[in-house]
Design a protein around this ligand. Sequence first.
Ligand code: PLP
Length: 449
Amino acid sequence: SLSEQQSVEQEAPAGEDYHLWHPFSQMQKILGAQNIVVERGEGPYLYDQNDKRYLNLTSCLWNAPLGLGRQDIIEAVHKQLNELSFAALFRTAHRPAIDLARKVAEIAPKRLNRVFLTSNGSESVESAIKMVRQYFHRKGSGKYKVISLENAYHGVSYGALAASGFADDQQGFGPMPAGFVKIAQPFNRDSQTEAEREAFEIACAEQLEKAIVAEGPETVAMFILEPVQGMGGAIVPGQAYFDIISETCKRHDIKLVVDEVTTGFGRTGTLFASERFNLDPDVMCLGKAISGGYFPLGAAVATDEIWEAFLSDTDAMRFNHGSTNAGHPGACAAGLAAIDILTRDNLIADAAARGEAFLERLQELKELQVVDNVRGIGMLFAIDLVRDPAGREQLDAEAMDMVAKACFARGLWVHIAGSRILMLPPFILEDSHFDEAFSGLKRILSRVP
Ligand code: PLP
């Protein structure tokens, strides 16, 4: 049974003398039981306080696709901190920020050319929303509304949270800021055939037009989406979806904002998902893998057209936004080093090829009665679990807890989101790692009652 696999060495629970408040975590559970304390990381592995080894199938929080403990990135950061440990970007500049912005502009899709540095993904999304709203304000337009997708995850600050589509995450934090509108995510688990799938996606894309008309096009500023939803469950729409939403945004003068915090830097098999789906965004939000997970970093990358609306000989027209540590010199050095490695040779394409082979193997799991659906693209995978495939009852929290415990007991570090297993492995995994992951998952899932 599953519980037999949970023979981890138990350490005393955290207890009274524990002051750390974890994000998105039930502290009572953490205080009441032995919890994993990660002591060190090496390549694709994490090691806990008992020196137990875990295969990092999530690139931590998908921000470390190059693995942990890389000397090339650590040395770049070290060198930068020795030279200049900090300088702000409020009016004055520093070299690593200038170089990183140039690099990001060079590799960013199509018209994206101006790089506003941040410290994380939420701040990138927040910056994008404020940038687009103030852009229209500067132009004397009344456009301010933000349309986004249900089940989207855009972050935790109020704008990003309001744009996000998980109701649980907003509960008790209200009121949300005004002017945020949701449309359906392009996914329906009942679509059986390719044709049904496409028809559903097209209907979802057409909801954008309907929402714009219902709200009044003169009030709608932007549509934000993750080209492939990550937390929402590895949702990969077909090209028709992207073509329709792109055309709709252009026709109504609505800015297309892509949240590539998860998909950026190779996760879906190309450097940016926007390239893969031929998107021509007005703003792109970046975070996570931009620094390989070696320093907090993010960016909102905009077109010249947006940037120019803020140019003036008066300060009143500037972009009134920014935070102290955004574009920290050490973060920029990490970013430059990580991007250099990510864009070298065929690292991303090779990873995507191994990902494709892994996805094919994962499809075998659909034979198990607990597995409802397996999806993925590049190095991003989701497995949806159900209690009863016929009755369509999702696996409950208690059973998912057991699945999580069994995975961790087996040394497989996965991410559990609702009744779904998410995996976003590092790009450095080799065939033997995928074998280990697959056989472990198969064994665990075949024992779920
Ligand atoms: N946008 C997307 C698509 C994300 O996946 C995340 C984080 O998971 C964020 C934004 C928020 O990024 P951060 O957690 O760095 O604030």
